[in-house]
Unconditional design. Structure first.
Lengths: 207, 184
């Protein structure tokens, strides 16, 4: 058998096996993604999202997974409503940063898993969606006897809240879980840490 | 682009040019021969490259070594692509070289390659300066990102097999024509 014939046979064999395999990727959701969502991977804080919208980040796509009625009642500025089933069919630009949110419930996390399994890397979701946005951006409250980290972060929160037409309020009861929504930073406490660093820098401690 | 991306692009570009030249694709006579059905080197080289890339990508993806979801699939604009393809083909058969092979020809000192590269540069300038006039046509008849599998309504794997069979059939046909011509 000539070299050309052997190569042709190899190509044909791989072609037939490809037809039997069907899809060019293993079926199912990769285990690493499932483990990632368990670790809180992909969660974004509403404060970070507010910063992105305020800075008019050009590569941001904000997708709202609420029902049509809930979307009509309230949605985060610049958001576009989309159904979960639509996401499977929709072709999203992998170069853009996609943020998903909804009401309470697991839908944004499910959508995150779906898009990551489709090969999109820059996908984030708001775990508690609209309720966190309302609590952290529309009506943030600096609790009585605020901690140092809360006091340090507060000026930026107040500024963000006013930018989105919210009403920041100083003084009030501490939320039941102990931490205000605007300080609950899923990105590993970067907000509080950054605020502390900024405060220390202003004091001139040489950071 | 980062430094490493530029370095990778440079290595791939030099490799691509080297293998094009080694495959005889720097010769305008050889390329024009394809259009006159006297030399099938272009068809063999291009289909071999398509088969290698397609089967490699499919199976590397299947084995989990490449994330095929991250491979860019350009969008199709039907009429602009048909007209653009016809203009490209006309330039190809008149000049005997396409953009990549004109660079290969120029780098080996062929004057026709240099002339085509100059023409290509002039074409880029004219197109950019006159873009406003053709902008609406440029974005017309969008079909989105379509693949052969999507178009035929079959799985990507079956589309791969169809391309393999088409390529092997084309190789066989080309060899038969070449043998007939040699026998004359």
């Amino acid at each position: 058998m000539s070299r050309h014939a052997r190569l042709a046979l190899a190509a044909l064999t791989l072609g037939v096996l490809a037809a039997l395999a069907g899809q060019p990727r293993p079926a199912g959701i990769p285990a690493a993604l499932v483990e990632g969502i368990g670790r809180g991977e992909g969660r974004l804080s509403v404060v970070e999202l507010a910063r992105w919208i305020k800075s008019r980040r050009a590569d941001l796509t904000l997708l709202d997974l609420q029902s049509e009625d809930d979307f009509g009642a309230f949605h985060i500025p610049t958001a576009e409503r989309v159904e979960l089933v639509e996401l499977e069919r929709r072709r999203l630009d992998p170069g853009r940063t996609i943020v998903l949110y909804g009401g309470a419930g697991p839908i944004p996390a499910q959508a995150w898993l779906l898009l990551r399994a489709k090969g999109l890397d820059r996908v984030y979701y708001l775990e508690r969606g609209v309720s966190d946005w309302l609590e952290a951006i529309e009506h943030p409250v600096l609790p009585d006897e605020a901690t140092e980290a809360e006091l340090a972060a507060w000026p930026e929160i107040g500024e963000l809240s006013r930018y989105f037409g919210g009403l920041p309020r100083r003084g009030g009861p501490r939320p039941p879980d102990g931490t205000p929504a605007w300080l609950d930073d899923p990105t590993g406490g970067r907000l509080a840490e950054r605020a502390m660093v900024e405060k220390a820098r202003r004091r001139g401690c040489g950071f | 682009m980062t430094g490493s991306e530029i370095a990778i692009a440079l290595v791939i570009g030099v490799g691509f040019g080297f293998f094009l030249e080694q495959g005889g694709m720097g010769s305008a006579r050889k390329l024009a021969g394809q259009f006159y059905l006297t030399d099938f080197a272009v068809l063999k080289v291009m289909f071999s490259a398509i088969l290698t890339a397609m089967l490699g990508l499919f199976w590397l993806g299947r084995l989990g070594l490449v994330d095929v979801g991250r491979v860019f699939v350009p969008e199709t604009y039907l009429w602009p692509h048909l007209i653009g393809g016809a203009v490209f083909g006309l330039g190809f058969v008149m000049g005997g070289l396409c953009p990549g092979t004109s660079c290969v020809a120029a780098s080996t000192g062929r004057l026709d390659g240099v002339a085509l590269m100059l023409g290509m540069g002039a074409g880029i300038v004219v197109f950019n300066e006159g873009f406003a006039r053709v902008a609406s046509f440029y974005d017309s008849s969008p079909l989105g990102t379509v693949t052969l599998g999507d178009l035929a309504g079959v799985s990507p794997g079956l589309a791969v097999l169809a391309v393999v069979v088409a390529a092997l059939g084309a190789f066989r046909l080309a060899e038969a024509i070449e043998r007939r011509r040699a026998a004359r």
